[in-house]
Design a protein around this ligand. Sequence first.
Ligand SMILES: CC(C)(COP(=O)(O)OP(=O)(O)OC[C@H]1O[C@@H](n2cnc3c(N)ncnc32)[C@H](O)[C@@H]1OP(=O)(O)O)[C@@H](O)C(=O)NCCC(=O)NCCS
Length: 268
Amino acid sequence: MRTTEAPDTSREREPAGDPLAEGADVWLLAEEDVERFAEATGGLELLTEEERARHDRLLFPAARTRFLGARLLSRQVLSQYADVAPGEWRFDKGRFGRPTVQGADWGLDFNITHTNGLIAAIVVRGRTAGVDAENTPARPEALQFAPKVFTPLEQEVLRRDREDQQGHAFADSWVAKEAYTKATGMGMARGFDAFSVHRLRGGGLAVVDDEIPQEERPLWQIQVLQVWDRFALGIAIRGSEDEPGPIPVRLRSAMAELLPEPSAGGPR
Ligand SMILES: CC(C)(COP(=O)(O)OP(=O)(O)OC[C@H]1O[C@@H](n2cnc3c(N)ncnc32)[C@H](O)[C@@H]1OP(=O)(O)O)[C@@H](O)C(=O)NCCC(=O)NCCS
């Protein structure tokens, strides 16, 4: 039984030497670099008409910047793993709005997140993934929402954390849970108090969700990475039945790795 809305990402056209064969890549783009990234990679021209219309409807310049950054990052990133030009990708949307790559040819799944200061995109092949980023530590006011988004046990764990660590603990738990619901495709349509994420004794996290069929539970991998000292980055990956076990995650820099090389001697 499938518990996610992601497409069937079978590996029909997996290229030889596939960098995604072993693990997942998470690409990072700082919000302050979006303008330069857009100039170097084609900017608004690469978006579909519908995406441009959505972009233009956004009222705040920062929201427009993040929206554009997320579109361009996902297009550039996906083109690293398939013989498709960045502007040619087309996307479908799941019942709760989860974007997926149209056509299952390349077996790719991706997910994006944007928060104040950071845009991130995760890409996997033959697996399903979700990503969420938030500034950390969470603001003290955010802690009042704990009863809405954490189970009673999660809330107790949070309360028992050292007081000066609670903002980080809140952000970590939040991004872990949201990354998981984004991988399943439900997002916040899923009640966040209906499942939990727990720390494991040896480090690492585990999702406890009665709605995951027993045999699928070992396939889920949840983790939280600290990025640039300011962000908690939640990552959820559902591995495939034929290769359970830890899935390595590589963090990669969009500015360092995706921009075209400046021509020798030419202006930047
Ligand atoms: C998905 C969701 C959790 C994202 O919340 P957020 O923290 O504000 O945003 P993030 O930056 O982490 O992620 C946004 C991106 O996630 C992706 N996304 C949207 N819906 C998604 C879903 N259901 N599952 C996974 N990813 C989703 C999109 O790429 C989106 O980017 P965009 O807004 O630029 O198009 C939230 O929007 C949600 O719960 N949506 C579903 C709600 C629903 O029931 N919708 C009903 C009909 S559409």
